[in-house]
Design a protein. Structure first.
Length: 159
């Protein structure tokens, strides 16, 4: 089974949505055999990836960083989407952090990088804004020798 993980920004500028979705589809196409998609289902890149992966027929594994992870969803619609995607997951990995901290997010990101064959990063190429951000996870995955596919358009700033 081929395993593809995701890391990415929560805030994706509207002008990049089509590019990101096309890049995610391209990253999931062309693999023979079964496919496993690993995601923490955060708003933004994680949820977009999970949607595309499920549509592609992949098995979804969710990596939950902490016991109170759901309390970090500020918008009821985002939380509802999280629940809907999580309900379609084949596997759930729940990390032992009681609270959503930068350390918990970093641990979830490194878990995904440790357990995938390729990491897809919806990333503007800039340093992480806090421990466990996209830049940190890309750096970690590359230090393991994992192939990383970056999806972004030069010159576009994230919010």
């Amino acid at each position: 089974m081929k395993r593809i993980g995701v890391t990415g920004h929560r805030s994706i500028p509207p002008e990049l949505h089509a590019l990101v979705q096309e890049g995610l589809r391209a990253a999931l196409c062309g693999h023979e055999g079964s496919l496993e998609a690993l995601s923490s289902l955060a708003v933004g890149a994680d949820q977009l990836f999970a949607d595309v992966a499920l549509a592609h027929g992949a098995e979804l594994t969710v990596v939950i960083p902490s016991g109170d992870y759901e309390s970090g969803f500020d918008d009821a619609e985002d939380l509802q989407r999280y629940h809907a995607l999580k309900a379609r997951a084949v596997r759930e990995i729940r990390l032992d952090f009681p609270h959503s901290t930068d350390e918990a997010y970093y641990a979830a990101g490194t878990y995904i990088a440790d357990h995938c064959d390729r990491l897809v990063a919806v990333w503007d190429g800039r340093p992480a804004r806090g421990l466990g951000g996209t830049g940190d996870i890309v750096t970690y995955a590359r230090s393991l020798g994992r192939p990383v596919t970056v999806i972004w358009r030069d010159g576009v700033e994230r919010a």
